[in-house]
Write a protein that binds this ligand. Structure first.
Ligand code: PRX
Length: 635
């Protein structure tokens, strides 16, 4: 563990501050007594989850709640449903068709509202359109779109038909997009002409065009032509106009009867080795678990206005912008753009304008906005806020307090939610009815048993850092890694028979868990998981580079930033110019988030005798720490 992490840790361990939630919030909470409900949920997990599942609608009931053959789980066995039915039709049937599902805003304040009924109509039309193109249940469709109602409708249209969507974050570039489209063997790509960012239009379609060149699996590209320029018409019959597809296919589209374990989506995420893994989530368990965690953790009630600032391209967007808020039938704000443009108070302006009650964001954003000063949020009326969420990386006590005082005005609850792409939904989190501990995520969610263990799976005493493991299956756990079953098995076999998320953590005497960070070589830049190998592979694409190794260095705002050690070809002279070129290469292949901010040219890299790069040694040297055991170092 690096020095910065250790220092933070010591501060954390010393401070054990407890902050009580306001009485009104506790009184309103769905669950007031965590301990009792938790105990019940663990004593009979299956009864617990079947009670929750009954809150939703099923075309046919399940005959068994859980079938667990380590490491494979089936939940709500033989139950039949469709997540879009619970997200849309169910609310319309219950008289909520005219309720707003989403309020979309961009940086300029342009706004678009869509009701549940209108959203269903759009989804049905688009689903009919996809069908007319020959797409069907089990096919994969990649979605490369901005945060927008159109992107959400695209995901739902796929889910309506049982098409497995694979959303690719629109900030990724050609190489990252290609890998994902190819790996999933997507038959179609849904994209847009551009995304809006800092007042500019960032083109998306040209990236897709370059990417699919030579990818035979892609039969159709559906383009949301934002300025109605007729771009699809100009490009031949592989290209289809998104809006025309909707207009030409209006009408009902009954939901596909989905088996509980039918795949819903794939979402790629980085690991230490190899290419990103396609995390596979299935229908019913994911639906039930995300619905219920959102309801309890954000204490969602019918009248709530909810805003999650994530992008639909990440798991937070999938679970807590799209599926869970819709299944809960509430109104969400979504925004396209950055938190600092046109001014660093834009988020608070929208919280004030739309009277947002529940706000969910990442520590990196909080730390960035903190820098602009307390007077910025002070200008706005934030009294509608009740619950503030945090996700993606540990929230340091300083950022926690700033969020609590300047945004929550000491009247709100902060829920720090720890989870992963693989877990589908919140695993360790504060819920609104028990005291918060700044810097500690909280306790396990219902039905979840965790432990802090050593490499052999032996439990460690309180306040000791070790591996965080989950001991039991839960409904929204990933079911497999697309095309790489051995990588899936690894999660459940590396440490005893527990699920190993590869995070380090400690637990205190009261059961609060503090997340320290990743145990592996994955770098977390602004809360986004970046695989060291992916960046290294992108760097060596530069013609002057022989080899590269990257590490994460502590960064005050982003948590970590990337530093690369690069070996150049014989005779190539190191220069600042070359550093810029290397950065450009990474930007073109992976995207701006993966750019190494620092590059150091070296003659050699520390390696094990078997040739593996010892990033640990590089990191230790860089941060001035003890290097540790070097017995396996080659030279
Ligand atoms: O290291 C943990 C960190 O983010 C990782 C998961 O990344 P990803 O799959 O991209 O999903 C991010 C959004 C759920 C975890 O292994 N992480 C996530 N939430 C927290 C966190 N670390 C500390 N505290 C959190 N609340």
């Amino acid at each position: 563990m690096d020095k910065k992490k250790l220092e933070n840790l010591e501060v954390h361990l010393k401070v054990d501050e407890k902050i009580y939630p306001p009485k009104e919030i506790v009184e309103r909470a769905w669950i007031k007594d965590y301990e009792t409900v938790y105990k019940k949920s663990i004593e009979d997990r299956e009864v617990f989850w079947s009670e929750v599942a009954k809150e939703l609608e099923w075309f046919e009931p399940w005959d068994k709640v859980l079938e667990w053959e380590h490491p494979y789980a089936k939940w709500f066995v033989n139950g039949k449903t469709n997540i879009t039915y619970n997200a849309l039709d169910r609310h319309i049937k219950n008289g909520k068709g005219d309720k707003i599902a989403y309020i979309y805003v961009d940086e300029e304040g342009n706004e678009e509202k869509i009701t549940y009924k209108e959203l269903l109509e759009k989804v049905e039309a688009l689903a009919n359109g996809l069908k007319s193109l020959g797409l069907k249940k089990g096919d994969r469709v990649s979605i490369y779109m901005p945060n927008s109602i159109e992107a959400i409708a695209s995901m739902l249209a796929c889910a309506r038909l049982g098409i497995i969507h694979s959303v690719v974050f629109a900030g990724f570039s050609e190489g990252a997009l290609r890998m994902r489209i190819e790996d999933a063997q997507a038959r179609a790509v849904i994209t847009a002409t551009y995304t809006k960012r800092r007042g500019k239009k960032i083109p998306l379609l040209p990236t897709v065009e370059k990417t699919i060149d030579g990818l035979d699996n892609v039969e159709k590209v559906i383009v949301w032509d934002r300025d109605k320029e007729g771009v699809a018409k100009d490009r031949g019959n592989k290209f289809v106009d998104f809006n025309s597809l909707i207009e030409e296919n209006r009408g009902n589209c009954p939901p596909e009867i989905m088996n509980a374990e039918d795949p819903l989506f794939i979402l790629y995420t980085s690991g230490t080795t190899g290419k990103p893994k396609g995390v596979l989530h299935t229908t019913s368990g994911y639906m039930v678990y995300t619905y219920y965690t959102a309801k309890i953790v954000f204490d969602l009630h019918d009248e709530d206005i909810y805003w999650c600032t994530a992008d639909i391209g990440w798991i937070t967007g999938h679970s807590y912008i799209v599926y869970a808020p819709l299944v809960n039938g509430i109104t969400s704000v979504i925004m396209e753009g950055v938190p600092t443009y046109p001014h660093p108070g834009i988020w608070w302006e929208y919280v004030d304008k739309y009277k947002v009650n529940v706000f969910y964001t990442a520590p990196t954003a909080i730390r960035m906005l903190m820098k602009y000063g307390d007077e910025i949020p002070a200008k706005y009326d934030l009294s509608s806020l009740r619950i503030l969420g945090s996700v993606g990386e540990p929230i340091n006590p300083e950022a926690w307090h700033w969020y609590y005082e300047n945004i929550g005005r000491k009247r709100c609850v902060i829920v720090d939610t720890w989870w992963q792409t693989e877990t589908g939904g919140h695993i360790i989190t504060t819920i609104p009815s028990y005291p918060m501990k700044p810097g500690k995520a909280g306790k396990p969610f219902f039905g979840i048993e965790v432990a802090i263990v050593d490499k052999n799976g032996e439990e460690l005493p309180p306040n000791t850092v070790g591996y965080l493991v989950i001991k039991n299956p839960w409904p929204s756990m990933m079911r497999n890694c697309w095309g790489q079953p051995e990588r899936y098995k690894k999660y459940w076999t590396e440490i005893k028979n527990y699920y190993n998320p590869d995070d380090l953590a400690s637990i205190d005497e009261e059961g609060y868990i503090m997340i320290v960070g990743r145990a592996d070589d994955v770098i977390s830049v602004a809360g986004h998981r970046i695989g060291t190998m992916e960046v290294e592979s992108a760097i060596v694409e530069h013609p002057d580079v022989v080899e590269a190794a990257v590490i994460g260095k502590p960064d005050e705002v982003k948590g970590e930033r990337i530093k690369a050690f690069v070996i150049l070809k014989e005779g190539v002279k190191p220069s600042d110019e070359l550093k810029k070129e290397i950065q450009k290469t990474v930007r073109e292949i992976l995207g701006p988030i993966a750019i190494p901010e620092e590059i150091e040219f070296v003659e050699k890299l520390p390696k094990t005798r078997s040739g593996k790069i010892m990033r640990r040694v590089l990191r230790a040297k860089e941060l001035g720490m003890e290097i540790g055991d070097l017995s396996t170092l080659d030279d």
